[in-house]
Design a binder for this molecule. Structure first.
Ligand SMILES: Cc1cc2nc3c(=O)[nH]c(=O)nc-3n(C[C@H](O)[C@H](O)[C@H](O)COP(=O)(O)OP(=O)(O)OC[C@H]3O[C@@H](n4cnc5c(N)ncnc54)[C@H](O)[C@@H]3O)c2cc1C
Length: 302
C-alpha cells in the first residue's frame, strides 16, 4: 500500500508515456470520437453519461476558447446521434482564473448551445478558492437556463449553509465527497467518518427539498445510505440518479442498474489528462498494483 501511494505521488515526475499506462483505466480516450464510442457502449448497457473535456487551469484565453469549440462540437454530435449524455465542465477550464466575465460568457455560450438541443450542463466544483465565484456563475446562469446544474462537495465545512440557497431554487445538484483533499482543515473535514456523515445529511436535505440529485459516489456505505433515504422518502426514479466515474467500481454500478436505479457515468476525454488521472490514482493507490498485475499477466500470456 505504501509503495502504491509512493508511486502514485511520484508519477508526475515520470514521462507522460509511462504515466499513461496508469491513467488509461480512467480515460475514455484522447479524442471526441473515442469518448463518443464509450458513451454509445454505456448507453447500450442502459447507462447515461456526462462528457467531460479534460483541462484545468489554462493560462491563455485561446485555450478556453478551444474548449468552448470542442464542447460545441460535442453537443452537436450528442444531439445528432441521439446519445443519452450531458456534459460536465470546469469553470477554470472556461477561464475563471483569467477573468470572471470571460468565463461567464464562455459557459453561457456552451449552455445556450446545449439548451437548444435539450442537453444538460453540469458545472463541476473545483477547489475552495473558486467556490463562491462558481456558485455565483451558477445562480446567474440559472435565471436564464433550466439545463444547468451544480456540484456540492460533502467535505466542505460550509456545505450545510451552501445548500440552503440552492434548495430555494430547486437546483439540480451532483453530490460528491470532494476531490481536492489537500485543502486546509479550516475549509474541509479530514475525517472520512465525518465526510460520510456530512454526505448522508446533505443528501437527505437535498432530496427532501425536491432537488434532483446525482448521487456521485463509489462508497458502498453511502450507496446504502442513499437507498435508505430514497426508500424513506418514497422517491421515484425521476428524483435522483447514481453517478460514477469512468473506470471505477463497474460492478457496483451494474448492480444498481440491474436493480432499476438510474445510473450515469462521468466520461472524461482529451489530451490534458495527467492532472485528472493523477488525482484519481492518489485517491486509490491500489490501482497502481492492479495496473502492474494486469501488465504482468499480459507479459506472461505472450
Ligand atoms: C460522477 C462524479 C463526478 C464528480 N465530480 C466532482 C466534482 O465536480 N468536484 C469534486 O471535487 N469531486 C468530484 N468527484 C470526485 C469525488 O469528490 C471523489 O473524490 C471520488 O468520487 C471518490 O470518492 P467516493 O465517494 O467514491 O469515496 P471513496 O471512499 O474515495 O471510494 C470508495 C470506493 O470506491 C472505489 N474508488 C474510489 N475512487 C477510486 C479510484 N480513483 N480508482 C479506483 N477505485 C476507486 C474504491 O473501491 C473505494 O474504496 C466526482 C465523482 C463522481 C463519481
Amino acid at each position: 500500500m505504501v509503495v502504491n501511494s509512493l508511486i502514485a505521488y511520484l508519477l508526475p515526475l515520470f514521462p507522460k508515456s509511462f504515466v499513461k499506462i496508469f491513467a488509461k483505466p480512467y480515460l475514455a480516450g484522447e479524442t471526441l470520437e473515442e469518448a463518443l464510442a464509450e458513451i454509445r457502449a454505456l448507453n447500450a448497457r442502459g447507462i447515461s453519461a456526462t462528457l467531460d473535456l479534460l483541462g484545468e487551469d489554462p493560462k491563455r484565453r485561446s485555450q478556453c476558447r478551444a474548449a468552448v469549440e470542442t464542447y460545441t462540437s460535442a453537443l452537436g454530435r450528442i444531439a445528432e446521434e441521439g446519445l443519452d449524455s450531458g456534459i460536465s465542465l470546469k469553470p477554470s477550464h472556461m477561464g475563471l482564473k483569467l477573468d470572471k466575465t470571460f468565463c461567464f460568457d464562455n459557459i453561457r455560450e456552451v449552455a445556450g448551445h446545449a439548451a437548444g438541443r435539450g442537453i444538460f450542463v453540469r458545472i463541476d466544483m473545483e477547489d475552495t478558492a473558486l467556490k463562491n465565484d462558481t456558485l455565483d456563475l451558477f445562480f446567474r446562469l440559472k435565471t436564464e437556463f433550466g439545463n444547468v446544474g451544480i456540484v456540492v462537495q460533502a467535505y466542505l465545512r460550509s456545505a450545510i449553509q451552501d445548500i440552503k440557497p440552492l434548495m430555494d431554487v430547486k437546483a439540480g445538484i451532483r453530490l460528491c465527497k470532494g476531490a481536492y483533499y489537500w485543502e486546509p482543515k479550516k475549509e474541509v473535514y479530514k475525517d472520512p467518518a465525518i465526510i460520510r456523515s456530512s454526505y448522508a445529511y446533505l443528501l437527505e436535505q437535498l432530496l427532501s427539498h425536491g432537488c434532483f440529485t446525482g448521487i456521485a459516489t463509489h462508497d458502498e456505505t453511502l450507496v446504502f445510505e442513499a437507498l435508505k433515504i430514497i426508500d424513506r422518502l418514497g422517491l421515484g426514479k425521476d428524483a435522483y440518479e447514481f453517478q460514477m466515474l469512468f473506470g471505477v467500481e463497474e460492478e457496483l454500478r451494474t448492480i444498481l442498474r440491474d436493480q432499476g436505479h438510474p445510473v450515469r457515468v462521468y466520461v472524461p476525454f482529451g489530451e490534458e489528462w495527467p492532472a485528472y488521472s493523477i488525482r484519481r490514482l492518489k485517491e486509490n493507490p491500489k490501482m497502481v498494483s492492479y495496473v502492474f498485475s494486469s501488465l504482468l499477466k499480459k507479459l506472461i500470456r505472450r
